[in-house]
Design a protein around this ligand. Structure first.
Ligand code: NAP
Length: 299
C-alpha cells in the first residue's frame, strides 16, 4: 500500500491545531506530522498515541520550520498572537512558513488567517491579532503559495473563560459584556474547526486561493445571553456595553477587543452554510453550552 501523504500541523498541541490534527487522523486520507516545542508534553504524547508523527519544532527557528515541512504535501498553520502579544512576531512566524512552503513546493497550506482590519479601515480600527494574520494572508498569496485561509469566528470556548458572565451589582442576575449592540456575532466551538479544515484539505480544487469564514451560527449578545439563561438556569442579560465603555475596562486587550467588536459590527464574511457543509456535526451554541455546563458551576 502506498504510504499516505503528510500534512504538517503547527499548533497541534493547542486548541485549533489539535482539533485539525485529530480530524485529519480520523479521516485517514493523510498522515499527520504534529509540531510542538516540547515533544514530551501530555498533549504531544496523546497525538502520538493517535498515530501522529510528533516532531520538535519552533516557528521562531528557520531550520526547524524547514525540517517540519520537508517532504510534506501540505500544512495547517496557526500562530498564537496571545503568547507574545506581538504582531510583528506573529507576522515573522507566518512569513517564515510562507517562504518555506514556497521554497519546498507544498501543494496545499491551510492558514488560520483573519482580516487586516487596520488596512481595510484605513487605520481607523486596529486589531493587532487580526491585522498580522491579514498581512500574512496577503504575503502567502503574493508568493503564489497554494493556500486557503480559514478565518475562524470567535470561539464558543471564550464564554466560560474570558467572556464569562459577571454578577450584577444590583440584583440576582448576570451580565454578558460584549460591545456588539444589536448586531449578531459569529461563533464556533474550536473543537469543530478541525473537521471543516480536513474537508478543505480533501477538496483542494474548490478551496485553493480562497478565504473561508468558519462560523456555526450568528447570534446577538441578547441571544447568547438567552441560551446561557435557558441552559444554565441562571438569568443572564446583555450588559449593553458600548465599545467606548469597553475599551476603558483597563485589561491589556480591552482596546483591541473593542475594536474587534467594532469590526464585527461591519459583518465580515463568515459562512454558516458552508461551515455546516464542511462539518455537518458542527455544534450550535446551545449544544456547546449544554455539554460544558460544568465550566459555569461557580455562577
Ligand atoms: P492555543 O490552544 O493556546 O495553542 C497554541 C499553540 O501554538 C500550541 O500548540 C503551541 O505549541 C503553538 N505555538 C506557540 N508558539 C509557537 C512557536 N514559537 N513555535 C511552534 N509552535 C508554537 O491557541 P489556539 O487557540 O489554538 O490558537 C491561537 C490563535 O487563534 C491566536 O492567534 C488567536 O488570534 C486565534 N483565534 C482565536 C479565536 C478565539 O476566539 N479565541 C478566534 C479566532 C482565531 P507548543 O507550546 O506545544 O510548542
Amino acid at each position: 500500500m502506498a504510504s499516505r501523504e503528510v500534512i504538517t500541523v503547527f499548533g497541534a498541541t493547542g486548541a485549533q491545531g489539535g482539533s485539525v490534527a485529530r480530524a485529519i487522523l480520523e479521516g485517514k486520507k493523510f498522515a499527520v506530522r504534529a509540531v510542538t516545542r516540547d515533544v514530551t508534553k501530555p498533549k504531544a504524547l496523546a497525538l502520538r498515541d493517535l498515530g501522529a508523527e510528533v516532531v520538535k519544532g519552533d516557528l521562531d527557528d528557520k531550520a526547524s520550520v524547514d525540517d517540519a515541512l520537508k517532504g510534506a504535501y501540505g500544512a495547517f498553520v496557526v500562530t498564537n498572537f496571545w503568547e507574545t502579544f506581538n504582531k510583528d512576531k506573529e507576522v515573522q512566524q507566518g512569513k517564515l512558513v510562507a517562504d518555506t512552503a514556497k521554497h519546498l513546493g507544498l501543494k496545499h497550506v491551510v492558514y488560520s488567517g483573519l482580516e487586516n482590519v487596520k488596512r481595510l479601515t484605513g487605520g481607523k480600527l486596529e486589531v493587532p491579532h487580526f491585522d498580522g494574520k491579514g498581512e500574512v494572508e496577503e504575503y502567502f498569496w503574493s508568493l503564489g503559495v497554494p493556500m486557503t485561509s480559514v478565518r475562524v469566528a470567535a470561539y464558543f470556548e471564550n464564554f466560560p473563560t474570558a467572556w464569562k458572565p459577571g454578577k450584577a451589582s444590583d440584583g440576582d442576575y448576570y451580565t454578558l459584556a460584549l460591545p456588539m449592540g444589536e448586531v449578531p456575532m459569529d461563533g464556533i466551538s474550536v473543537a469543530d474547526v478541525g473537521a471543516a479544515v480536513s474537508s478543505i484539505f480533501n477538496s483542494p480544487k474548490e478551496f485553493l486561493g480562497k478565504a473561508v469564514g468558519l462560523s456555526a451560527e450568528k447570534l446577538t449578545v441578547q441571544q447568547y445571553a438567552d441560551v446561557l439563561s435557558k441552559v444554565l438556569g441562571k438569568e443572564v442579560r446583555d450588559a449593553k456595553i458600548t465599545p467606548e465603555a469597553y475599551e476603558k475596562l483597563g485589561f491589556p486587550a480591552a482596546k483591541e477587543v473593542a475594536d474587534m467588536c467594532r469590526f464585527y459590527q461591519m459583518k465580515p464574511d463568515r459562512d454558516v452554510k458552508l461551515t455546516h457543509r464542511l462539518n455537518p456535526k458542527v455544534k450550535s451554541f446551545s449544544q456547546f453550552i449544554s455539554e460544558n455546563q460544568g465550566a459555569f458551576k461557580d455562577l
